[in-house]
Unconditional design. Structure first.
Length: 143
């Protein structure tokens, strides 16, 4: 990890004049920001899209578009999308990404946090709190 951290600091120094905010400066496309994160050693598509999503969603960093920000389907997002019947129970991670693109083509990643929060707080792996869940009417488990 130290090697990856050092490489990241070096990359920011060399390519962004020591200013990490230049990664997303100038209203770039979402694809450009994801690509820039992918240039960091040890950064894969999940981390690159998640970082871009957090910048856009939480920090309101303006981008020229948001359609290249996909969800990063962790266990919570996976469970919620499957239990609601939005995807089949045996769906792949790629299928979840494309379902999010279908549901919200302008900004697929926008649904990630809601699914994550519902999965973490209510739609637990065992003993889900279905009666308290905000999307109870959509859940196939309580039908």
């Amino acid at each position: 990890m130290a090697e990856v951290f050092y490489a990241g600091i070096h990359h920011i120094q060399e390519d962004y004049d020591g200013d990490a905010s230049r990664i997303w400066a100038g209203n770039p496309s979402s694809a450009a920001v994801v690509y820039r994160f992918l240039q960091f050693k040890g950064c894969g598509i999940k981390i690159a899209t998640m970082a871009t999503n957090i910048l856009a969603r939480n920090f309101k960093i303006p981008l020229s578009d948001y359609y290249s920000i996909d969800i990063s389907p962790d266990v919570h997002v996976n469970r919620v999308l499957k239990r609601t019947g939005l995807v089949q129970p045996d769906s792949s991670r790629e299928a979840l990404v494309y379902k999010a693109r279908e549901l919200h083509p302008e900004f697929p990643g926008i649904i990630e946090y809601s699914c994550w929060e519902i999965g973490r707080k209510y739609c637990k792996p065992t003993n889900p709190l279905c009666s308290e869940r905000p999307i109870r009417s959509e859940c196939k488990m309580v039908s």
